[in-house]
Design a protein around this ligand. Structure first.
Ligand SMILES: C[S@@+](CC[C@H](N)C(=O)[O-])C[C@H]1O[C@@H](n2cnc3c(N)ncnc32)[C@H](O)[C@@H]1O
Length: 277
């Protein structure tokens, strides 16, 4: 797969839709301080071609938040935010869910200096956050870097990988998650997986392909998309427990109490997957 020079900009795109998720004063100030000029054209094209993308991103973020809230109300964890990008998830966690967080590790190959600076400027507490600039595919240096920043493999860990799998290959993804395997399955992972066209209702295939094409053109590379079966087979390499796959329609029902935008399996470009490692 090509090296996607424009992938970090997709993080800003995601945040353009995240106002509903981040509504405290500091979180709003953070979002307003980001530069959106690089993705203005892309966002306009998306709004014209496939307006439900914004809702999918919001639901994805709610699914991740629900996962973190659930586990952090059940015990103490380290939190690894893989492909953290510009998202202020760690700001939310340190403000609202800090009690059971041992330490937060944000990892991304771009963006993080700027984010750290912005946290400082906005007086967002980052004393319990390590910002690690790192290509995750380089698993040897990633692991050393993580441990050097204080990661303790013996402590239970929550791992979020939001917006990562669509930009890297399946084998790279599994190689990264293998690092977090434990005998007691004490680590919990959540990630989003873009769905392949054959898993989408015929009625929605043009829309689905349209958004994939727009994203591929923007990043000048491929968007990795898979059937659910491919993902489940892939995950077997990790000997996981408690795999849960949720469609956007199911998440919409849980979060909104109704299904207005997404109705069936395959609607909404992505599915969310969680598992114990
Ligand atoms: C779509 S953004 C998602 C950002 C954030 N998780 C969110 O949902 O708002 C994708 C992020 O993945 C990061 N990324 C992609 N490939 C990566 C790699 N090989 N190593 C580290 N980060 C990577 C990009 O830099 C970018 O910030």
């Amino acid at each position: 797969m090509k090296d996607h020079l424009k992938v970090p900009a997709t993080s800003t795109l995601v945040l353009k839709y995240s106002g509903e998720i981040y509504h405290s004063e500091k979180e709003q100030a953070y979002l307003q301080n980001l530069t959106y000029s690089e993705i203005t054209e892309l966002a306009a094209e998306i709004n014209k071609t496939c307006p439900p993308l914004g809702e999918m991103i919001v639901l994805r973020k709610y699914a991740v938040r629900r996962f973190l809230e659930y586990w952090l109300s059940n015990g103490k964890f380290q939190v690894c935010i893989l492909a953290a990008g510009a998202e202020p998830l760690s700001a939310y966690l340190t403000t609202h869910l800090h009690k059971n967080i041992i330490h937060i590790f944000e990892i991304d190959r771009g963006h993080l200096d700027l984010k750290k600076e912005l946290y400082q400027q906005l007086d967002i507490d980052s004393s319990n956050i390590s910002f690690i600039q790192q290509d995750l595919r380089d698993t040897g240096t990633f692991w050393n870097n993580l441990v050097q920043h204080g990661y303790d493999p013996a402590q239970p860990t929550l791992i979020t990988c939001e917006g990562l799998l669509p930009y890297i290959g399946n084998e790279d993804f599994v190689k990264i998650l293998k690092l977090f395997m434990t005998h007691g399955k004490q680590n919990k992972v959540i990630f989003d997986s873009a769905i392949d066209i054959n898993s989408v209702r015929e009625f929605n295939q043009t829309y689905h392909q349209g958004i994939l094409d727009i994203m591929c053109k923007f990043i000048n590379g491929d968007i990795n998309n898979n059937s659910r079966n491919t993902i489940l087979e892939l995950l077997q390499q990790l000997q996981p427990e408690n795999i849960v796959v949720e469609t956007m329609a199911e998440i919409e029902l849980k979060i909104r109490g109704r299904q207005t935008t997404f109705h069936e399996t395959g609607d909404g470009l992505e599915e969310m997957v969680s598992l114990d490692l």
